[in-house]
Design a protein around this ligand. Structure first.
Ligand code: SF4
Length: 307
């Protein structure tokens, strides 16, 4: 009985210790391991999320960086372009001066005695003809002025001329009413303020009716040999652009640019000679480049290549 009792007692003890082990060791261990596993799992998940976030963040930052880089690059390019342009303009001015010098020599050789194409016998008549030549060819002006100057040879006669009579004579020219009014007013101003004579300054001339800077330059250069500027008419503007000494077609800017690159002593002849060149060789829409003496120094801007 004692043996059986001992056996049962030890069995109970074993059970107790087993229970203790399970309760205080195995179960906490299991729980711990479960927690660890759960932690690892959650860590993995969070890692995955972070990596996704990071990837997203990278894209955003890349985009941001890209958008940031653009404005940085642009000014760099712009400053580089500006430098090139300014360098070019410096080089171009020197080159253009040399080119204009060669063109002036070529023109002088081809047209040594080029003169104003408007028929006139006095500064007054030249002034009238130049006013009449606005929006009109020199040939058409020359076709009416002999009759006009026969009847009204000086400012004194024209100042008293009836409007209708002048209109009738110059009727074939464009804007004949406005032109008649202007030349009569201008003649009256000459009689009233300058004793019938044509003044010799740009300032005084441009105050007269119908007289702009171009007309004043023509009169001062041709009648008085005063180089007050470069006359830029339709031929001069067109040919200078073709040659490449100017890039604009605005007459005022063309004149300013020409005054920079052409020596002052050449200002008057430059225009006269180019007008002749425009009528004889560099004809609008069909320039005769093959027989042009300026071809070596001409850019032939916008023209097709020669075959
Ligand atoms: S080469 Fe041709 S475009 Fe140039 S000036 Fe002579 S005719 Fe005119």
């Amino acid at each position: 009985m004692d043996i059986l009792g001992d056996f049962v007692y030890s069995l109970l003890k074993f059970n107790e210790s087993l229970m203790h082990l399970t309760r205080y060791r195995a179960i906490p261990l299991l729980n711990y391991k479960r927690k660890q596993m759960a932690k690892k799992k959650s860590a993995k998940q969070s890692k995955a999320k972070t990596s996704v976030k990071k990837k997203g963040a990278k894209k955003v930052s890349y985009r941001k960086a890209a958008t940031k880089k653009k404005p940085v690059k642009k000014p760099v390019k712009k400053t580089a372009a500006k430098k090139t342009t300014s360098n070019k303009s410096v080089i171009n001015l020197d080159d253009k001066k040399k080119q204009a010098g060669r063109i002036a020599k070529g023109l002088a050789k081809k047209y040594p005695k080029a003169e104003c194409a408007l028929i006139h016998d006095s500064p007054f008549q030249l002034l009238v003809s130049t006013i009449l030549s606005a929006q009109c060819t020199d040939e058409r002006v020359n076709s009416v002025t002999p009759n006009l100057y026969k009847k009204y040879p000086s400012a004194f006669e024209l100042a008293k001329a009836p409007q209708k009579s002048v209109e009738k004579i110059i009727h074939s020219l464009g804007f004949f009413r406005a032109k008649s009014t202007n030349i009569r007013k201008m003649a009256k101003s000459l009689v009233d303020e300058f004793d019938g004579e044509v003044p010799q300054t740009l300032e005084e001339l441009t105050k007269l009716a119908g007289v702009g800077r171009k007309t004043a330059n023509v009169v001062l250069g041709t009648a008085f040999e005063i180089p007050s500027g470069v006359v830029v008419d339709t031929h001069v503007k067109r040919i200078c652009h073709l040659i490449g000494v100017t890039e604009t077609k605005n007459p005022e800017i063309v004149e300013r640019e020409l005054m920079e690159i052409i020596p002052k002593k050449e200002w008057i002849n430059w225009s006269h000679r180019l007008v002749h060149h425009g009528r004889q060789i560099c004809i609008a829409r069909r320039p005769k480049c093959q027989e042009c003496p300026l071809i070596k120094n001409c850019n032939r801007t916008d023209l097709p290549e020669l075959v």
